[in-house]
Design a protein around this ligand. Structure first.
Ligand code: ATP
Ligand code: MG
Length: 347
């Protein structure tokens, strides 16, 4: 039998270093430097372990990752971009929909089936993919009462596959999840309050030589006990030894998100306008105004697209009918867009 060189072998052979991974992420994800580094090291280490497990036929001691951060700050984006740079199949699932289904295991099989589909049916590749489970914080009990039963049973079901098990798919094929990296994400609203109250259990300075920066970092860590108090079962938090925090996006970061990434909103719309034969110019002030609105909406960067599209919709309505428009200039949210006709001054 011929040994096929599969996609995951490519990952293992050409695994980028953590800094190269971060360099790639930087092209798409603005800010979140600490989280990007932690994730890059986590995936790098994971695929190294996978390679070693293959070579020496030893089990993989997995380190799945927990991402904590407010909505719309780049958690899903970062994971999807990571999977792209690594060239591994990637699926996302919502913990809440797992909790709502009557048969959790069917849902879990469906997730792994999607992973296999993402690997074009190549089991080997699927077994080294990344599964991102969002809204993991919703598996806690509503209204402070400790741990709703359904949420807890979902955590138990997830435990098994996160650690690594053989899962039989509806088609009869088996997927071994021991090489699959699980990344869980959630906003964990209220976790900071819990953490600050549990601060006394953190590290305290024992000698004046202790490096305050390191102490501060240790104390800022999210502790498994905090997650437990939040409502996740200890066995579950124990399977997520690595945590990375995503921070609220500042006004400046929101402006950069609209303008800097390779596929930024601005770049996308400039392309769209160019296809209609017109140049689009949006002043920096406009992006700042949009960022202010986005901050007000409290959905991270998520509302930016809608706001931007709303701004440009009237022009995009007019543009295809009027080939004489060569340039569109927008200087403020509160001013009409200027339509510059070919060979003429602005109107
Ligand atoms: N740090 C960032 N850099 C670039 N774009 C970002 C960033 N954060 C958010 N965005 C933009 O906002 C959109 C939503 O972000 P994303 O889906 O990653 O949020 P999330 O953190 O997963 O939120 P949720 O907790 O609601 O799932 C992205 O598709 C992207 O366009
Ligand atoms: Mg998300």
């Amino acid at each position: 039998m011929r040994v096929r060189t599969t996609g995951d072998a490519a990952v293992l052979d050409h695994l980028k270093t953590p800094s190269a991974i971060v360099g790639y992420l930087d092209q798409y994800v603005i800010g979140q430097e600490e989280a990007k580094r932690i994730l890059a090291v986590a995936v790098y280490t994971h695929f190294r372990k996978v390679a070693r497990a293959r070579r020496d036929a030893v089990p993989i001691a997995k380190s799945n990752v927990l991402l904590i951060g407010p909505t719309g700050t780049g958690k899903t984006l970062t994971c999807a971009t990571l999977a792209r740079v690594l060239g591994v199949p990637f699926v996302t699932a919502e913990a809440t929909s797992l909790a709502q289904s009557r048969f959790v295991n069917d849902e879990i099989e469906a997730i792994l089936q999607r992973l296999l589909d993402g690997a074009d049916g190549d089991i080997d590749r699927a077994q080294h993919g990344i599964v991102f489970i969002d809204e993991i914080d919703k598996l806690k009990a509503p209204g402070g009462e400790p741990r709703a039963l359904s949420g807890e049973s979902v955590q138990h079901a997830l435990l098994k596959i996160m650690e690594g098990s053989m899962v039989r798919l509806p088609g009869g094929k088996y997927v071994d999840t021991s090489g699959v990296l699980f990344i869980c994400g959630g906003a964990f609203v209220g976790l900071d309050r819990i953490a600050s109250q549990s601060h006394t259990y953190g590290y305290i300075s024992t000698s004046k030589d202790d490096n305050p920066a390191i102490l501060e970092r240790l104390n800022a860590r999210v502790k498994p006990t905090d997650l437990f108090e939040f409502g996740l079962i200890p066995e579950f938090t124990g399977r997520l030894p690595i945590t990375a925090r995503f921070r609220d996006l500042s006004r400046d970061m929101l402006v950069r998100i609209m303008t800097e990434p390779r596929d930024s909103l601005y770049a996308q719309f400039r392309d769209l306008f160019a296809a209609e034969g017109a140049e689009l110019h949006v002043a920096r002030e406009v992006f700042e105004q949009l960022a202010d609105l986005a901050i007000e909406y409290r959905t991270g960067a998520r509302s930016l697209r809608g706001l931007f599209e709303e701004l440009l919709a009237p022009v995009l309505y007019q543009l295809p009918d009027d080939p004489s428009i060569g340039k569109v200039v927008i200087e403020s949210l509160f001013a009409e867009p200027q339509l510059v006709r070919r060979g003429a001054a602005a109107t």
